[in-house]
Design a protein around this ligand. Structure first.
Ligand SMILES: [Zn+2]
Length: 104
């Protein structure tokens, strides 16, 4: 199944890579901490903030949203929750680090 591909940005201007097919919309970006700092990859699926010393796993960074419009608002939550504008409100939406694409 071929994916449509495009990109958008979060509110800080970080690039968000997007894909969608008829079943799902995916948004991935280089993970950022709650504080806005880019995270450093320190293990296969582990990231660390050099600023706050916080560690995150893939599951900490993964976000899953239902197909209802109210279920995702890029302006709500922290910069870590912001994966840019959603394109297809009728599709479920999954967000996370670039590893997200390996899972679909
Ligand atoms: Zn931080």
């Amino acid at each position: 199944m071929a994916f449509e591909e495009w990109w958008t940005t979060d509110r800080d201007g970080n690039r968000v890579d997007c894909r969608a097919n008829q079943f799902v919309e995916l948004h991935a970006k280089a993970p950022v901490c709650e504080c806005g700092q880019h995270l450093t990859h320190v293990g296969p699926e582990t990231w660390k903030c050099d600023h706050c010393e916080m560690c995150y796993s893939y599951d900490d960074l993964y976000r899953s949203h239902g197909p209802e419009a109210y279920d995702y608002n890029c302006d709500a939550g922290s910069i870590q929750d912001d994966y840019g504008e959603r394109k297809y409100e009728s599709l479920p939406m999954h967000c996370g680090p670039e590893e997200l694409f390996d899972r679909y």
